[in-house]
Design a protein around this ligand. Structure first.
Ligand code: AMP
Length: 396
């Protein structure tokens, strides 16, 4: 897949109306609806400022939550418009609908340097269904399309891909950063290229492992998914997470790595527990795991082995925690991995989701080259899949 896409810098935006797909899917307080983190709104500001300062009128749009085509007052984007307005220091005109009369009238009246925000795209079922009429109605309000919501580029929705059939499409600065850093890591990585994979399930990461086996020099497997691989090697794994229907696959991957000369590292010791609980007493097991215990985190020898494997790497990609890091007693392996990445001197890329929040929570975020803003999108990126929201952008 070609990641070399035209960006806002390649577009002539002066005097143009720009439909800007943002990721304003912010976390909210369940009771009050108050925005609990403005991180995503702050992240959108550079592209918005660039467009406004260069004479464009911006029609921003986003989804929020999962209203599934229903008009849910709790999921209105009105609070986002307010917060964005505070951040930009200028009015953000809010449309009370998406492609209705209010939105169209406000878009038509919008002047260069002004910004408006449409109501939650997913209030209309045609957004997620990529309805052509809906995409065309969105596009009709604007002259150009800019995609800056990396978290949704793996979806073929009206506002992420459909609109590009009607408008010249460019990447925003956030999407461009994701594409240039992750695209380069996959296409032309500084070597050695080490991939660190963890998290609960092998089945979620099968395509990632398949793709990375073609590209990486070392693959490190930790977290719950490691036990299926240990089982495939003939080790006992007690009550640990196991995907019995993936054992053959795991065995094949180990053999394939050996045949290709890719180092494939698995845990050699684990902190285990008698039950899945935050208060469980950690028991260290070397090699296999005793019958009555379950693996909860990588052990100290494994942490040292994995840290040594990332030391001296040119590029490191990490997706998925090394253990049940939500439980303080079993967060040590994930912490050790975050520290090893931070100290590696390599180009370090952390996929979205749990590993991203672990790195942030543990205070290593500023020592990582790039933390992806998209969980699902970054996984599909690592799978080497074509992302509809990227494929639809103009090539450079
Ligand atoms: P994923 O979404 O696939 O990246 O998985 C993240 C989840 O995997 C986290 O909630 C972790 O608690 C969980 N996890 C990691 N290691 C283990 C383990 N050894 N046993 C059970 N769950 C685990």
């Amino acid at each position: 897949m070609n990641y070399n896409k035209k960006t806002v810098y390649d577009a002539d935006v002066k005097g143009k109306k720009v439909l800007l797909r943002c990721d304003f899917n912010v976390p909210q307080d369940k009771e009050t609806g108050e925005i609990t983190s403005s991180k995503r709104i702050i992240a959108a500001v550079p592209t918005i400022k660039y467009l406004l300062e260069n004479g464009a009128a911006v029609i921003a749009c986003s989804h929020l939550g999962k209203p599934k085509g229903e008009w849910k007052t709790k999921l209105t984007l009105a609070p986002v418009a307010k917060r964005l307005s505070e951040l930009l220091g200028q009015e953000v005109i809010f449309a009370s609908d998406i492609i209705g009369e209010d939105a169209r009238a406000k878009a038509a009246a919008l002047k260069p340097g002004q910004i408006m925000l449409l109501e939650n795209l997913r209030f209309d079922i045609r957004e997620e269904k990529n309805g052509e009429d809906f995409a065309k109605a969105l596009a009709d309000m604007a002259d150009l399309f800019v995609s800056d919501a990396f978290g949704t580029v793996h979806r073929a929705h009206a506002s992420t891909a459909g609109v590009a059939a009607f408008l010249p499409a460019y990447s925003g600065l956030l999407v461009d950063k994701e594409l240039s850093i992750m695209g380069k890591a996959l296409d032309d990585p500084k070597r050695p290229f080490v991939a660190v994979l963890g998290g609960a399930k092998v089945s979620d990461k099968i395509n990632v492992i398949n793709n990375l086996l073609e590209k990486a020099d070392t693959i490190i497997i930790g977290g719950g998914m490691a036990y299926t691989f240990m089982k495939a090697q003939g080790l006992e794994i007690g009550k640990s997470l196991l995907e019995a229907d993936r054992i053959d696959y795991a065995r094949d991957m180990i053999a394939k790595a050996a045949a290709k000369g890719v180092k494939f590292l698995l845990p050699v010791d684990n902190y285990c527990a008698a039950e899945f609980s935050a208060d469980a007493e950690p028991v260290l097991a070397e090699g296999g795991i005793p019958e009555n215990l379950m693996g909860m985190d990588i052990g100290p020898k494994t942490a040292a082995l994995f840290a040594a494997a990332v030391k001296g790497a040119g590029t490191i990609v990490w997706n998925g925690p090394m253990g049940v890091f939500e439980f303080e007693r079993f967060a040590g392996g994930t912490k050790a991995m975050a520290k090893a990445l931070a100290e590696s001197g390599a180009v370090t890329i952390v996929g979205g989701g749990d590993s991203a929040s672990a790195v942030e929570k543990l205070g290593f975020a500023d020592k990582i080259t790039h933390i992806s803003t998209g969980g699902g999108a970054s996984l599909e990126f690592l799978e080497g899949r074509e992302l509809p929201g990227v494929a639809c952008l103009q090539d450079k």
